[in-house]
Design a protein around this ligand. Structure first.
Ligand code: UDP
Length: 235
């Protein structure tokens, strides 16, 4: 298959159908703008399976995504999109970069949830931007941003409610949006413990990429536990 794009954690391949792509999930883990790197055996498989479950859940709840189906352990079939170069972060509890940036107390709840935008640009280290920057830089239209915000809050509600049932707190997460050939906006990229913060509701343990960022170890064990709970809930 012809490679269309290779990122830090995934490879996108062309298919015979011009509007569809295959997304291949790699085992590479990166953090702090790729200054910290490692390979975690099997992570790609876990993220592909977990993302597929989340995309299915969103679709079932009427949220449009690029997801078509899981093809294999490491591959999913998706609609080809043009990614809007804005990373959208939704936060329910304060942790990570916002705590350092704004000096707020760890675990401060955000009610309503907080939405933030970051410019998707590795060279610049994904700087935070605001609504006006998005318009001024022509990254998306007013109408696009309205849609993106509406979808991001819906995704938060659906995921948060679902995860609560399996004793996982959805602390925050990052979404990417893409435009399909028909110009419609859909949730794209991945939704996995690499892009979300999941805390065990009972023990408070981190079940996400913070295990890698903070050198807590046992990343695969916790990703597997997320998948195990999701699979239990799915049936
Ligand atoms: N996130 C991500 N990719 C990024 C930056 C952040 O998936 O390039 C996710 C991260 O996993 C977390 C949320 O977005 O769930 C908020 O991350 P934060 O801004 O706190 O950044 P970090 O502390 O990871 O630098």
């Amino acid at each position: 298959m012809e490679k269309l794009y290779e990122g830090k954690a995934k490879i996108v391949y062309k298919t015979e159908e011009p509007d569809k792509v295959v997304i291949y999930f790699k085992d590479e883990a990166t953090a702090f703008n790729a200054q910290k790197k490692d390979i975690i055996e099997g992570k790609g498989i876990l993220n592909n399976k977990i993302s597929s479950i989340f995309f299915n859940l969103l679709e079932k709840n009427g949220i449009p995504t690029h997801f078509i189906k899981q093809l294999s352990d490491r591959e999913m079939l998706a609609y080809k999109t043009t990614i809007i170069p804005v990373e959208v972060v939704v936060r329910n509890l304060a942790t990570g970069s916002i705590v350092k940036r704004l000096g707020i107390t760890e675990k401060t709840p955000f009610n309503p949830p907080l939405i933030e935008f970051y410019l998707k640009n590795d060279q610049l280290g994904d700087p935070i931007i605001c609504y006006e920057h998005i318009l001024a830089l022509g990254l998306a239209t007013e109408e696009d941003i309205k849609k993106i915000k509406e979808l991001a809050f819906k995704v938060n509600q659906v995921l948060k409610d679902f995860l609560k049932n399996i004793d996982i707190i959805l602390v925050d997460f990052k979404l990417e949006f893409g435009k399909k050939d028909d110009e419609s906006i859909v949730v794209a990229d991945e939704i996995s413990p690499d892009t979300c913060r999941f805390w065990d509701a009972k023990s408070g343990e981190r079940m996400d990429k913070d295990r890698f960022r903070l050198n807590l170890g046992d990343l695969s064990k916790y990703y597997e536990e997320v998948l195990r709970r999701l699979e239990g809930e799915k049936s």
